[in-house]
Design a binder for this molecule. Structure first.
Ligand SMILES: Cc1cc2nc3c(=O)[nH]c(=O)nc-3n(C[C@H](O)[C@H](O)[C@H](O)COP(=O)(O)OP(=O)(O)OC[C@H]3O[C@@H](n4cnc5c(N)ncnc54)[C@H](O)[C@@H]3O)c2cc1C
Length: 433
């Protein structure tokens, strides 16, 4: 353990971002505590899909990803079944990471991540209420009035992040004026395609389903997404409302919704925040939704959150945390590596939501004719997105201790030392998944 101060790094918030940052920093041989305000780390939600980069990152931070979800091939389609984009993930990536798009349940991801967290790292019932960056350390005030000192604070405290507000001021959430109703079932629907993620649209509604695997069981998750007034009350009967929306798609979506029990159905109003130009300041940085809250249109918010922790740890591997310049250089590099990628995803997800659900009525037939008759969506979703995925996998290098050389920070003498140490570690570190 490269303990360079008397106090561990504090990661605030035990969601996917916080658990990943804590596990990755531990893998990078730093001493870490993970603070969660609730009595336990608990998933807010049910359905989830992960792309290959988070699967690679999880495996390299010690999480068991074997049979975590169902491998799926994904297509965007019209409600009538016309394929508008076929997401072409290279076969070797699919083979290596257990699928191109992996359908799972969120509690299973939590279970696997929690199982990898060393005893004593996660402290629950720990709400932080105040933050002061005092130059050579950060002082946190806890809800019970006690204080805690740390050389580095990672704010992984979600979309309503107090760490983000502390660093960059309060900012309003961006209303997408959309809501999503999603659920899952282990019943079979005769015409449902196994191993497929089908994201389909009518003129105003998205109706989708994918295969899932959960603790050895096969099933399906589904969701419907439409424009809404975010201040209006939720439909009283969520499953019934989803079923009505699904009529535009027919079976198997309707059969899957009919087979789902009410307790397996949830609704979310979709909001994000406009991307920041900078995440880190002094000895404090951000990860996950605190840094880049994202519409589920990307199906990548948790995936990017996991990636944040991976890259943060890679850039801090070997760093002397008592050296303020070295910490600052690593965090600057972290911002440079993560902000362009996550900003692009956040904005693309926002724009897709607008294009599919907020286009003026007179433009919708034209939009759909373009989507059905031109390669526009194929180029953007079918080819560009897989290109990003492959680029991310490459950018991750072989492991947390074996980064791609271009990621090593080199702007200060101490940062150069970090680069040398991480490159030395490279030869002894294990290779990828
Ligand atoms: C409907 C829906 C579907 C989605 N589908 C996908 C998908 O398919 N794939 C995907 O990759 N992403 C998906 N996402 C996005 C994904 O859920 C989020 O991006 C992800 O959960 C963010 O994780 P996080 O750890 O940053 O934040 P959170 O999960 O919000 O965790 C933050 C944690 O911080 C704690 N906390 C907050 N404040 C404090 C404090 N002051 N002190 C101590 N603890 C604190 C909270 O209690 C919480 O545990 C979806 C989102 C939605 C809404």
């Amino acid at each position: 353990m490269t303990r360079t101060t008397d106090h561990p790094i504090v990661v605030l918030g035990a969601g996917p971002a916080g658990m990943a940052a804590a596990l990755a920093l531990h893998t990078a041989r730093h001493d870490v505590v993970l603070l969660e305000r609730y009595r336990e780390a608990r998933p807010a939600g049910n359905i989830l899909n992960l792309w290959p980069p988070p699967i690679k990152a999880l495996g390299l931070m010690g999480v068991d990803v074997d049979d975590l979800g169902a491998p799926c091939h994904s297509t965007f389609r019209s409600a009538k079944g016309k394929v508008r984009a076929d997401v072409q993930i290279p076969a070797d990536v699919v083979a290596r990471y257990g699928g191109g798009f992996i359908g799972m349940l969120r509690p299973d991801l939590y279970r696997r991540m929690l199982a990898a967290i060393p005893e004593g790292m996660l402290l629950t019932d720990q709400e932080v209420t105040g933050i002061r960056d005092l130059g050579d350390h950060v002082e946190l005030t806890m809800k019970d009035g006690s204080t805690r000192s740390t050389p580095l604070l990672v704010g992984a405290d979600g979309i309503d992040s107090m760490v983000r507000a502390h660093l960059w001021g309060a900012s309003p959430k961006r209303e997408h004026r959309l809501h999503i109703i999603g659920g899952y079932t282990f019943d079979d629907a005769p015409s449902a395609e196994k191993g497929e993620a089908i994201i389909a649209h009518t003129r105003t509604v998205q109706g989708s389903y994918t295969s899932i695997r959960s603790q050895g069981r096969d099933g399906y998750q589904w969701w419907t997404l439409e424009a809404c007034d975010p201040d209006a009350p939720a439909p009283a009967d969520l499953r019934g409302h989803a079923l009505t929306l699904a009529q535009g798609f027919g079976a198997p979506l309707t059969s899957l919704i009919e087979a789902t029990t009410d307790d397996h159905v949830q609704r979310w109003v979709i909001r994000d925040r406009k991307p920041l130009k900078k995440w880190s300041k002094g000895r404090i940085t951000l990860a996950g939704d605190a840094a880049h809250a994202t519409s589920p249109y990307a199906a990548y918010g948790a995936g990017m959150s996991i990636g944040d922790g991976y890259f943060l740890a890679q850039l801090l591997a070997g760093a002397d945390l008592s050296d303020t310049a070295a910490v600052g250089a690593a965090l600057d590099r972290y911002d440079e590596v993560r902000i362009p990628h996550t900003t692009m995803q956040v904005q693309q997800a926002y724009i897709l939501g607008r294009a599919f659900h907020h286009a003026p009525a007179f433009l919708r037939p034209l939009r759909d004719a373009v989507l059905d008759g031109t390669p526009l969506l194929q180029k953007q979703i079918g080819e560009r997105s897989p290109g990003e995925i492959v680029a991310q996998l490459d950018e991750m290098g072989d492991s947390i201790l074996a980064p791609r050389v271009s990621h090593a920070p080199a702007s200060t003498a101490s940062a150069r030392a970090v680069a040398m140490r991480t490159s030395r570690a490279r030869s002894s570190a294990s290779s990828g998944l």
